[in-house]
Design a protein around this ligand. Structure first.
Ligand SMILES: [Zn+2]
Ligand SMILES: [Zn+2]
Length: 261
């Protein structure tokens, strides 16, 4: 499995991109950055997008990716004609009602025709795995103000977890501990410790929270834990606080990282 970080920040500033991870060139985990980070050819390889939740920083580029795919089809290309959007049902309903609603953005689930659209919405169910392009993906419910799932990925008996935006959670760590060959887990760390109140009410973690969450992680493989979703403005403070935790296998993700295993 190859996981390329396109963006890993919880805010957008020059040089800092929103959350998006490209798996094996054809699967996207959240859509905060693909059109700003990928060439057109790379964008056209994407066949599946797994959406953890409907906050704008995770769905934004569905709009521009579908627009680009539409233009490609108008040009006559038929390779990868559609993109499958996978998420739990409440999220698909929100995307239809409030995003692809012909007001905020054209409804690409009906363009160019309802029977052969650019976007297909595919419901996921918590803890029920599906396999696409050789990768088995299981949504795991986590704790955020809107319905939100982590994703457990498995290919060739190797597992990886994208934890998505979440406050403290037990289920994510239970799933992580149950994996026989876990290669890594991406975990929320959005605000510095001084913003603990904000983290609590918005369903995110501080470095202080990360330290207590890590005590739930008993996996014997000592898989690396990658922190993501840092607010760029507070990155230097957060990096110092994360370093001070002095926890082995804890790393801060950067948007040039590419994980292969
Ligand atoms: Zn987010
Ligand atoms: Zn969120």
């Amino acid at each position: 499995m190859k996981i390329r970080v396109l963006g890993c920040y919880g805010g957008q500033l020059q040089g800092f991109h929103l959350t998006s991870f490209l798996v094996n060139d054809t699967i996207l985990l959240d859509a905060g950055a693909p059109t700003s980070k990928l060439t057109l050819e790379e964008q056209h390889n994407i066949r599946h997008i797994f959406i953890s939740h409907t906050h704008l920083d995770h769905i934004l580029d569905i709009a521009f990716l579908s627009d680009n795919r539409s233009l490609k089809r108008l040009g006559g290309a038929r390779k990868n004609p559609c993109i499958n959007i996978h998420s739990i049902e409440p999220n698909l309903e929100t995307i239809k009602a409030h995003f692809l609603n012909d007001k905020i953005w054209p409804d690409f689930t009906k363009i160019p025709t309802p029977t052969d659209p650019i976007l297909k919405l595919c419901p996921l169910y918590a803890e029920k795995p599906i396999t696409v392009d050789g990768v088995t993906i299981t949504p795991i419910m986590v704790n955020h103000p809107v319905p939100c799932t982590a994703f457990l990925l498995e290919q060739n008996n190797k597992q990886f977890i994208y934890g998505s935006d979440s406050g403290c959670t037990d289920r994510l760590w239970e799933v992580a501990d149950a994996q026989p060959n876990l290669k890594g887990i991406i975990v929320d760390c959005s605000f510095p410790n001084a913003y603990q109140y904000l983290a609590n009410i918005s369903g995110h973690l501080t470095p202080h929270d990360v330290a207590s969450e890590m005590r739930k992680f008993k996996n014997e493989n000592q898989a690396p834990v990658y922190l993501y979703h840092m607010k760029p403005e507070t990155l230097s403070v957060m990096n110092a606080e994360i370093e001070a935790l002095d926890i082995p296998h804890l790393r801060t993700l950067t948007q040039v990282d590419e994980l292969t295993f």
